[in-house]
Ligand binder design. Sequence first.
Ligand code: NAD
Length: 695
Amino acid sequence: MSDVVSYRCEAGVGLIVVDNPPVNALGHAVRQGLLEALNEGLADESARALVIMGAGRTFPAGADIREFGQTPKPPALPEVIDAIEASDKRVIAAVHGTALGGGMEITLGCDYRLALDSAKMGLPEVNLGLLPGAGGTQRLPRLIGAKAALEAIVEGKPIKAARLAEMGVVDVVVSGDLKTEAIAYAQRLIAEDAPRRPVSELSVATEEAAVFAEFEAIIARKKRGHLAPFHCIKAVKAATEMDFAAGMARERELFAELLDSPQSAALRHVFFAEREVARVPGLAKDTPQREIKRVAVLGAGTMGGGIAMNFLSAGIPVTLLENKQDALDRGVATMRRNYEASARKGRLTTEQVEANMGRLSTTLEYADLAEADLIIEAVFENMDVKKTVFGELDRVAKPGAILATNTSTLDVNEIAGATSRPSDVLGMHFFSPANVMKLLEVVRGERTADDVLATVMALARRIGKVGVAVGVCYGFVGNRMLHKRQAQAVALVNEGATPSQVDRVLYDFGLPMGPFAMADLAGLDVGWRIREGLRETDPANAPARNWMDALAEAGRFGQKTGGGVFDYSDGGRTPEPSETTAAEIDKYRAEQGITPREVSDEEIRERCLYVMINEGAKILEEGIAARPLDIDIVWIYGYGFPAYRGGPMFWADRLGLENVRERIKAFHEDTGDPDWQIAPLLEKLAGEGKGFADL
Ligand code: NAD
């Protein structure tokens, strides 16, 4: 008898119980155990119906991911499910917790499905670059129709019991004790002599054929570049065109293609990296945390308002401080407008909008921050201003309060030095718009206390962010790499490319937008002011004036002024090539004596992306990021780097570091640009035939 699956008969009902903590994952022992228990139940004359359920917190919640990449030991899951479906007794799935992936596919092999009202089911394989490969793509459309099945399989999201009942997946939703309810339901089916209902014997309505093209069109933009969602559609389509056996063969074939694809490897890397990133190397798991019940935010500008919203939405009261009443009023009005926009889209109720705004208080007085457990500063990006603010905070904040700065470019250690308690200070670098973007770089200063870091890493999750611990340097991880890419993008245009060409190459690579559209979105004035500042304070090291400066000087700040590098007609957001920009570029080239040359797409791709890899290696070497996966997560969540490429460092390994090294060295030889000075770490790994994953 299996250790992880048991069989017993109670009141005429055979109970097959999976007990493989923590989530009853469908590893080899469970699959084997299920077959054995099923056979026992079928042979048991006292059982007239069988129930499959999970012990502990859930119905089987999916495959055992530890078995990924290994040749599966038989029985494979489809075989187990086929056996369930072929049994000559009625089989009922009794679901609680989360029946995901293979777990949900087991329920589809049963004749009837009962779920606790708190249960969820889903087929999330698409998120790992796969498709449900144990009959899910063939049975679900037979059960609920192709359209609903496509939504479930291509979206990959868990679905609540009530909705599952509406869709026709679940037959009954119950509350109370799962086993009691399941036995009662089975007895009822026995009493009614309810028929067996193998899903594979149902047919799908053929008039739904047009659904597929429509569905592809709907997801074309959102899933651009992804292989798995489109394979899912093909598999569901097969269910409508072929008999069950042929459809299963097609599902297998499509599944195998995905399993072998670099995309799935990348998405699985991201899946593990997302979990791993919360564990900061060197920070003990049992590091105590400070209690955060009240937050204060300084500055109600672009960032401050969005930052405050994160906490309000998570139920945490916020005090917002400004130095001017009108700025405060403007900031609060913007927050309300954003919440109301979400309500109009149906993402919030009007009650929630009021509850969130009700948790906000405002002030012009530092004394009102005395109760805050965490204070986040988002005032002007100027060291003197920041130091003054932190001096004030030091005076009013209660002992043990965490003091955070949202600075993008300033030295967090220097800011911490403006207080008498640098161990309570760290950076919380949010991304714009701060209420939307999932990334939070948690910047650990030289003297930041462990419990401060641990508290903020945990808090990130509480407010729905992905926190990545990083060290202090100019631009931290994300922007430091971005600046290097931006410099290449500008240089490529100087040499002969057009901004549209550069943007197209990076868009086609899978990024949500190119570097110039991104600059227009952020505002060309931001970089221009920084460069102008440097030209005043440090002229020897300041960058030379170029066509981007000329655009900013002419008031072309980007989307917000209707034009920047690109034109945006009628206040729109679609970048269009600009004649003004082309003229500025020509002028600049003429001044510099540059004869423009043809620049290939490949050169653009290599220069913009390899320079990031090189910088990433330097970041690792300096310990600014602890692991390559931290950099990958920063880029996926902060900048929309395509998850199906796994992040820049994972992608570099795919290319082969020897190849990357050769190109970096060639660019260095050609240009002498210090950004192409190869990172010793990259050189070393490439020399050893290794990748970043081997670190
Ligand atoms: P912003 O100019 O939109 O807002 C700053 C606000 O701070 C203004 O409303 C101003 O009135 C207020 N303020 C200035 N001095 C103050 C003081 N002494 N006390 C109280 N309030 C004061 O600027 P922003 O874009 O929100 O940037 C704020 C910070 O966030 C900067 O450090 C910036 O580098 C950082 N940041 C910005 C972005 C971005 O994309 N905008 C992204 C990440 C981080």
